[in-house]
Write a protein that binds this ligand. Sequence first.
Ligand code: ADP
Ligand code: MG
Length: 576
Amino acid sequence: MPIRVLPESVASAIAAGEVVERPASVVKELVENALDAGAQRIEIRLRSAGEDLIEVGDDGAGIAADELALATSRYATSKLQTIEDLYALRSLGFRGEALASIAAVSRLEIVSRPEGAAAGARLTVEGGTLSAPTAVGAPHGTLVRVRDLFYNTPARRKFLKSESAERRRIHDMIGRYAFAYPGVSFHLTQDDRLVLQSSGDGDRRQALAASLGLNTAREMLLLPEPAADVEVRVEGLIGPPSVHRANRRELTFFVNGHLIQDAGLAAAVVQAYHGLLMVGRYPMVFLWIEVAPDEVDVNVHPGKAEVRFRRPDLVYGRVQRSLRTTLLNQAGAPEMDLPRAWSSAGPDMRTPFAPRASDDEMETAASVHLTLSMFPPPARPSGALPLLRAVGQVGSSYLVAEGPDGLYLIDQHAAHERVLFEAMMRAQAEHHLEVQTLLDPQPVELQPEEIGRLEELLPTLESLGVAVEPFGGATVRVRSLPALASHLRPSDVLRTVLGQAEDDETPLAAEVEARLAARVCKRAAVKAGQILSLAEQDRLVRDLEACRSPRTCPHGRPTMIHISVDALERQFGRRG
Ligand code: ADP
Ligand code: MG
């Protein structure tokens, strides 16, 4: 083929690919424009996960009618003029490419009305052709409507992920922006359903609750407010060790307002949690990091998804220290909330273990020691437990256990949930999950929304030992269950895993497997009100000791209350 200069439409569609990779990247660019325009309220509406329609409306500064056409042309920006400006940047945009790129691969419509303008103006761009702006009635601010994304680049359209994956990705992303910009009220509507909204009241924890649910958001640890004059400001909320994910992509970093990924930051976070999490699990972390504009180059990636720090070690070090300090200041097992005479100190893990003989136990003790030795002396892992001895049961629901450092009250149901959950996740990860094939699979009829969810979750369920096969229409049959749930009714297990997410469950993709496992385990665990023999009690306590995170159930509720010997002595007036 002879060499030819590409027609403008082809060249811009190719260039657009760098910025606009998928519906989520369009949403990101439009939300950033709204933030740059000083919006207090941003409304995002999607149809078919953004493939048919993406609409972002804001109440920001707006675009003057005579600048609308310019806004959609390449390298047109109001945010920067000289290359020096790049190193004093206060805005999220600066490349002047987003609207042009979106216009190149969709049918674009912009309606905008700046503060003080008598009317709004409307502009459409389709296949590189701009309409003349027309006057329309409109509220202050800007509405950008993107229809039929990639209609003219079918190859790109073919590469799009499933709608549900893209929906989750966008939901996830807006949840992160809500955290980062708590003063802005975000509203996300997918196919006419409002799926996420934040109040914009300025509180980061409250904003996170919009995507994580109230209970998880409540559990998150708030990093201390940095001093005003520090070189690296680190703010945010981080999960306690009991809340974890399967994937490090779940870590959220905003650097000078930009949502970015950074392997060095991820490593710093993982390092801060060292010894506190199960192997292969990652913490849940939302960080807002600020440095002087000349300390960071944000122009290393067309989608602005990466940055380069001038002094990376300084930033990474600050992040790691801030997180580590916050984590180690957290108490381990929740102490009983009683009058001040009760000790509020956590269990002292350095107390020698009461001698107990079997090899098994020695192994447990050794592994506890191992965990301990990784910590600086004043710190205590919130993980390991000392060896406990079951003493009895109260109200057929709580176990009483004795340890070298006092008394433990254990919620038998929550404890058993934890034990089953860890056993299941470990077996699954090591590919030897025990599965029980059902000899006589009973048909189960599902509701339409359950069928939808089943389709989405099928592979994950398989990997957890729950095999389901179609049986005509809305009816399916459960072919197998994980052995630890084999005493349950298959239909109950299926309904449990297909149920709506509880408030304290996270919708993030990588957690799905753990979430389903946790649900199965909740079903399978001994119930409150079930009488246990002393042998069974002892077994449960022993299994709990072997857990990596014995102090909470998989849903994050405490499994035990600790009352130290010291606290007992005070209560009985033996000590001051
Ligand atoms: P950039 O954000 O890099 O400047 P864009 O292509 O995203 O480039 O936008 C081009 C210009 O259009 C922006 O510089 C801004 O002046 C204007 N603009 C885009 N979106 C909005 C909006 N929601 N509100 C006000 N102005 C906007
Ligand atoms: Mg922009």
